[in-house]
Each structure stands twice: as structure tokens, then as C-alpha cells.
Ligand binder design. Structure first.
Ligand code: HPA
Length: 240
């Protein structure tokens, strides 16, 4: 049964979905790591693929940019396609000084300036956190997986913002003072949907630029290719 935003049938998606923001990145990941990938949905160009990875079924689907878009796709995948876990793979801007371009961030929790989670439980400041089992699986791969992982891996909080191009004065500095590792635009909402529907979620990010030091920022092309470590950790978590 198709949903308003996904033109697939029950069983077309694997229990685990890797979710980059960009649908073209979804296609690239599917072609890169899946055996026998097949396109299962393309509504609005939001491509979704299913195949196998290391012999187990795995899907990859884009989320689009921002929390409303990610919420729509995550909700439909969890509710109507029996997806059990979604692992977002993407890029973030570095905020904490120890985080460098090319490093990997495992987002244990996501602060946000969005109202989406604030609407969930009236009067409550919702805590958007990843599933512990998925964090542990990603870190097992990082620490004990075959071969060394490239770059440093940071585990901690990020911020999921609504604006890409606007930030009130001083906010980024305050986030740095609170130890926030980086900024992106989807994780808090994904964690909110997973909590609402009793499913699992994780976000693993490649640092593509740094908000306080733009000297080493990645080009759009680099963003497409330099996320091997994040992908490896995310895929390990997906199949754990
Ligand atoms: N802001 C939001 N999302 C991002 C950024 C950023 O600076 N860099 C990569 N994704």
C-alpha cells in the first residue's frame, strides 16, 4: 500500500533503513554497499532502495532537508512499512573545538530550536536521544571492527536547527560552551518519531565544515565521497 510520500508495497523495505538527507546520496550508498539494490520508491524524487548488505536485508532512503521532511519519511517508514530502525547518515558543521573536518560524530542526543518535539508532550522539554543499542553497535564497529577507522570519532550531543543561514548572535558560542559537537537539521525530529512509535534511531555524521574555522571546509563533491567512516558505523548499527 502506497502512502502519500512513499510509492512502495508492504515488504519492500528492510527492517533497517539508512537515511541520508540527499536522495542522490541514497542512490550512491545503495550502489556502493548494497548487493542487488532495487528502487522501491521515487515519489518527489525521494529515492529509496532495498538490497542486502553482508547478506542481510537493508534499505537506503533520502529524508530531504530539515525536520518536517525527515519526520514525514520516518513516520511513514515506521508506521506503514514495518521499519524497526532508522540510522541517519549525513554531514554536520563542527561546533566544539576538538571536532575537525573529516571527523565522525555519533549523535547520542540532539538539542533543537525546532518546535516539533516541543509539541509532543505539553509542558515537557522532550529529550531527543538515540537508541543505546545502536550507539553501542556503532562504537563496537569503531573500536573492534576489522581495520582502523579513518579520523576521530566523537560521541555526544549535536544541535538540529531549522535555519541553515541564520543564527541569533552568540548562540553557536553558547552551544560550544555546552560541549555541543556539531550542527545539522534532522536528528532531533528523527529521535522524536522513534520515541513516539517505539522504534530505534541513530545519527552518524561526517564533519563537513567548522563554524569557527572555515579554512578546511569540504566542497559539495567532498561531502559526497568523504563519509566512508560514518557509513561503516551506520551500516554496522543497522544490522546489529
Ligand atoms: N548547518 C546545518 N547543517 C549542516 C551544516 C551547518 O553548518 N553543515 C553541514 N550540515
Amino acid at each position: 500500500m502506497a502512502t502519500p510520500h512513499i510509492s512502495a508495497e508492504p515488504g519492500d523495505f528492510a527492517p533497517a533503513v539508512l537515511m541520508p538527507g540527499d536522495p542522490k546520496r541514497a542512490e550512491r550508498i545503495a550502489n556502493q554497499i548494497l548487493d542487488n539494490p532495487r528502487l522501491v520508491t521515487d515519489v518527489r524524487g525521494m529515492l529509496g532502495f532495498t538490497g542486502t548488505y553482508q547478506g542481510k536485508p537493508l534499505s537506503v532512503m533520502g529524508s530531504g532537508m530539515g525536520q518536517p521532511s525527515a519526520t514525514i519519511y520516518a513516520t511513514e517508514l515506521f508506521k506503514f512499512f514495518d521499519v524497526q530502525r532508522i540510522i541517519r547518515v549525513g554531514t554536520c558543521g563542527g561546533i566544539a573545538p576538538q571536532v575537525k573536518v573529516g571527523d565522525t560524530v555519533v549523535a547520542m542526543g540532539a538539542h533543537t530550536d525546532s518546535s516539533m518535539n516541543a509539541q509532543r508532550i505539553p509542558t515537557i522539554h522532550f529529550s531527543a536521544v538515540a537508541s543505546y543499542g545502536l550507539i553501542a553497535a556503532a562504537m563496537r564497529e569503531a573500536l573492534e571492527g576489522p581495520g582502523a577507522v579513518e579520523g576521530k570519532i566523537h560521541v555526544g550531543t549535536i544541535v538540529s536547527k531549522d535555519h541553515f543561514y541564520f543564527s541569533p548572535e552568540g548562540v553557536t558560542e553558547q552551544l560550544a560552551a555546552y560541549g555541543v559537537l556539531g550542527v545539522e537539521m534532522e536528528a532531533a525530529a528523527l529521535y522524536g518519531v522513534a520515541a513516539e512509535l517505539g522504534r530505534e534511531a541513530l545519527t552518524v555524521l561526517t564533519v563537513s565544515d567548522h563554524l569557527f574555522d572555515h579554512s578546511g571546509d569540504m566542497s559539495a563533491e567532498d561531502r559526497e565521497t568523504r563519509f566512508a567512516t560514518a557509513l561503516r558505523l551506520a551500516a554496522a548499527a543497522a544490522l546489529s
